[in-house]
Design a protein. Structure first.
Length: 153
């Protein structure tokens, strides 16, 4: 008897189209590397890490991130600042509750403020967990503050 011939296809041609499957973008790979470093690092002072990330952002995102940081600290002092995939994030009992993603980091047209599944935002069968941010108005700041309070309740 002869051994069976291996007929498995590579992941690149598994779609049957003959075209290469796109992988992660450079920005996504960089975020994953940052996350691996975060897991290895001693996080004694997450706030200084968050402030350093914010300081390194381009001006429009930096101003928004600074304001969000102040809103989150005032609305939910129990949340601990930390980085998460290289982004400013805020955790409760070690679990990320909310995060800010700059538009510049992933080359998108707007920044994002989002919540993880650890946030207490459940409302019926559908509820938003991420918000596009072009600018922070007083009304947007009030809404974010209320959402952060609800997320940690």
């Amino acid at each position: 008897m002869s051994p069976k011939t291996d007929t498995r296809k590579s992941a690149k041609s598994a779609s049957g189209t003959g075209k290469a499957v796109k992988g992660f973008t450079d920005e996504e790979r960089a975020a994953m590397k940052e996350r691996a470093q975060e897991l290895k690092a001693d996080k004694a002072d997450g706030e200084s890490d968050v402030l350093a990330k914010i300081a390194g952002m381009p001006k429009p995102d930096r101003a928004m991130a600074e304001r969000l940081h102040a809103i989150i600290k005032a609305s939910a002092p129990a949340l601990s600042p930390r980085t998460w995939y290289g982004m400013p994030a805020y955790a409760k009992d070690g679990n990320v509750v909310c995060f800010f993603q700059s538009a510049h980091k992933f080359k998108t047209r707007y920044a994002t403020f989002g919540f993880s599944d650890k946030a207490n935002l459940d409302e019926g069968t559908v509820w938003p967990v991420a918000f596009a941010l072009k600018e922070l108005t007083a009304a947007a700041e009030a809404r974010i503050g209320a959402l952060v309070k609800k997320a940690v309740s």
